[in-house]
Design a protein around this ligand. Structure first.
Ligand SMILES: Nc1ncnc2c1ncn2[C@@H]1O[C@H](COP(=O)(O)OP(=O)(O)O)[C@@H](O)[C@H]1O
Ligand SMILES: [Mg+2]
Length: 245
């Protein structure tokens, strides 16, 4: 039984098919719904189409078949996606795809400025987000000189500065040290946003999401096995399949 209201539905994907030119389909007859308040983990093997799915949702790629409804409207044209990208923030798998300005502050302020905020407003939002992420000291740092983990956090700052309603986080834990992982976990627990997190770290997903999905044969489905899988201890290799009593 589905008691959830259509008004609360953010994404409705039906029969989505996508193939890169000259390749076999990566996504095939894929159905998926995302509702306001959902916190979904997406754990599936490399190459199963997770990143491709995120890129379709924000219109970086267009499906070959199927229907994509976002906030209740079917979207096809690039101009529809411009508004959607302000509400749905994507953290790219590779931070170098996200960051392009000389300094951290310029990168973080770019989104708000682009949305029409004044310079002062953009600066204020950026400072707030950097402070929230513990990155206040990074304002004037040269972006391309940051470490991988630092770039990842600054990327997250650029996404949060857009004040999105939904976050799509593509492997946000990659390259983060233990301390920063803990910090990211706290951040996700403290923000009241709808999100989907792609990660291979099952313990992290269990802590930060309420349902775990997987992908196979071009489709996405709820992973009941993982969802009922209780964790009360840490694993060195959390993503390796294992059984608990
Ligand atoms: N630009 C591209 N051109 C051709 N094939 C691609 C391209 N990007 C990804 N692929 C292929 O599509 C499949 C799905 O990729 P991807 O969505 O990145 O998977 P995941 O994020 O789950 O690891 C992989 O086999 C990958 O090699
Ligand atoms: Mg990927």
């Amino acid at each position: 039984m589905n008691t959830r209201e259509d008004a609360e539905r953010i994404l409705k994907l039906r029969g989505i098919r996508f193939a890169y030119p000259g390749e076999n389909p990566v996504l095939n007859d894929l159905d998926f719904d995302l509702y306001r308040g959902d916190r979904i983990g997406l754990l599936a093997p490399n190459g199963s189409g997770k990143t491709t799915l995120f890129h379709l949702i924000i219109g970086l790629l267009a499906p070959n078949a199927g229907i994509l409804e976002i906030f209740g409207n079917e979207v096809t044209a690039e101009r529809d996606f411009i508004a959607i990208r302000r509400k749905i923030g994507l953290l790219f798998q590779d931070a170098d795809d996200q960051l392009f300005s000389p300094t951290v502050m310029e990168d973080v302020a770019f989104g708000p400025l682009n949305m029409g905020k004044s310079k002062d407003e953009a600066l204020a939002i950026s400072r707030r987000v950097l402070s929230f992420l513990g990155l206040s000291a990074f304002e004037d740092r040269i972006t391309f000189k940051l470490s991988g983990g630092e770039k990842k956090l600054v990327s997250l700052a650029t996404v949060l500065a857009m004040e999105p309603e939904v976050l799509l986080l593509d492997e946000p834990m990659n390259g983060l040290d233990h301390h920063t992982r803990m910090r990211l976990r706290e951040i996700l627990e403290s923000i009241d946003l709808t999100y989907i997190i792609i990660s291979h770290d099952i313990d992290f997903l269990i802590d930060t999401t309420s349902a775990i999905y997987t992908m196979a044969d071009g489709r996405i489905m709820k992973d009941e096995q993982v969802s009922i899988h209780q964790h009360d201890h840490a694993h060195l290799f959390g993503h390796v399949p294992h059984k608990h009593k």
